[in-house]
Design a protein around this ligand. Structure first.
Ligand SMILES: Cc1ncc(COP(=O)(O)O)c(C=O)c1O
Length: 403
């Protein structure tokens, strides 16, 4: 990351202590969907602070009760309970535990959890095991044999890929009846965003329903309007059994949630699913206000509309630098494009230089290594003019780097 010290962040802008200002195309990594330090969120935090309840452990508090009711209200009907936690990874750990408990209750052999190659689910131990790439798992000395990965289905040939994948698992010695559940991101983030084929997710959903296996969506990145839908799974016309959310739920303070079927969330024995900071009142007040902002400012529709503007402008940049800029991917306000070298290979060094040059011009930006991608993830509340101004600056930065 570029050596910039954030001093203040408001709306779509970030400032350093010298008064330099950036248009933020990172949203603090998918957090500030509602804009940084939204006045309503700050007001809610301040009000909670003034009431002098800044912690209550598992004892009930009004801010938590209100938030949980709201979360259940905004979710599909089958997701009628919520467990609040602190980080995205913690919510994934919790979902893994619930999925296992659900499977093991049916049969002592029903313990297999399936995830997809290239997806990201966090950095704690079980979450890291869901991630397929070996690099992040070097520190884990005994990998769980009942966590297995399927290749990402997008772009693969075949008509009924999901059935083929089940057959593939069988060939690998994994009886599909042993599957307790599937955990999937709403899009493959690593080298994406790449969305799953709709028919694949629908086959997966109907198979899991028929075989008492759970479908868990990781909405930590894609939730709360980022892709132009409230939840990313809405792109597939399915309803999951469990959903993990974090990041933009509060647009600020650490809070995450596992939303799910009550019968699944009630599986752990008393005392077996607790967390010291579950439902901290200040985090809950921030999240409640952030969810209200989503509605009041109609940010889901805003993301869908501005996504069209964003894609159109990126295509112009692609045309201008034909061969060096391409592979534009995305929906809503979650886009990426790739920079290529003269031989047509992804060029991570060029992406880094273009990112640094954009930051020098006043656009806060992230690139990924080694894929050579630049990610465009502005707050959903960004005005269209600021979005276009930022994209102009990135285009100038690319031009300078290629010169
Ligand atoms: C899709 C996804 N899942 C899980 C996580 C982990 O969340 P956290 O960093 O809050 O633990 C992330 C974080 O980037 C993520 O993008």
């Amino acid at each position: 990351l570029a050596p910039v010290v954030w001093n203040r962040a408001e709306g779509f802008q970030v400032f350093d202590a010298s008064g330099n200002c950036w248009i933020d195309f990172t949203s603090g990594i998918y957090v500030a969907n509602q804009g940084h330090a939204h006045p309503a969120v700050r007001k809610a935090i301040a009000a909670e602070l003034d009431r002098s309840l800044i912690h209550s452990y598992l004892f009930a508090n009004a801010a938590r009760a209100r938030l949980v009711a709201k979360l259940v209200d905004i979710s599909p009907p089958r997701l009628n309970k919520a467990m609040l936690l602190s980080t995205g990874s913690e919510s994934i750990e919790c979902a893994i535990k619930l999925t296992r408990l659900h499977g093991l209750n049916i049969s002592p052999k029903k313990s297999v959890i399936v995830s997809f190659e290239g997806c990201n689910h966090g950095r704690t131990m079980a979450a890291q095991m869901l991630v397929s790439s070996p690099e992040g798992k070097k520190w884990i000395t005994s990998l769980d044999p009942d966590i297995v990965h399927l290749p990402f289905p997008g772009g693969r040939p075949g008509t009924d890929l999901f059935k083929q994948d089940l057959e593939d698992l069988r060939m690998r010695g994994i009886d599909p009846h042993r599957i307790a559940g599937f955990v999937m991101e709403s899009y493959h983030a690593g080298n994406g965003p790449l969305f799953f084929p709709e028919s694949y997710v629908q086959s997966l959903r109907s198979w899991t329903s028929d075989h008492s296996a759970l479908l868990v969506f990781d909405e930590i990145q894609s939730g709360f309007g980022r892709t132009g839908k409230y939840f990313g799974f809405e792109h597939y016309g399915v309803e999951p059994d469990l959903v993990c959310c974090g990041k933009a739920i509060s647009s600020s303070l650490p809070l995450s949630v596992v939303l799910g079927r009550g019968d699944v969330l009630d599986l752990p024995d008393p005392g077996q699913m607790t967390s010291t900071h579950t439902g901290n009142p200040i985090c809950c007040a921030a999240a409640y206000a952030a969810l209200e902002v989503m509605e009041q400012e109609d940010l889901v529709a805003a993301a869908a509309e501005k996504g069209v503007v964003l894609e159109r402008r990126l295509k112009q940049t692609e045309e201008r630098f034909a061969g060096r800029v391409g592979r534009i991917l995305g929906r809503g306000l979650m886009y990426s494009f790739t920079l290529f070298d003269e031989s047509g290979n992804p060029d991570a060094d060029l992406a880094k230089r273009a990112t640094d040059a954009s930051i020098a011009k006043g656009v806060m930006l992230l690139y990924t290594y080694p894929t050579g991608q630049i990610k465009i993830i502005p707050p959903l509340s960004i005005p269209a003019e600021a979005l276009l101004e930022g994209l102009d600056a990135i285009e100038q930065a690319i031009e300078e780097c290629l010169r």
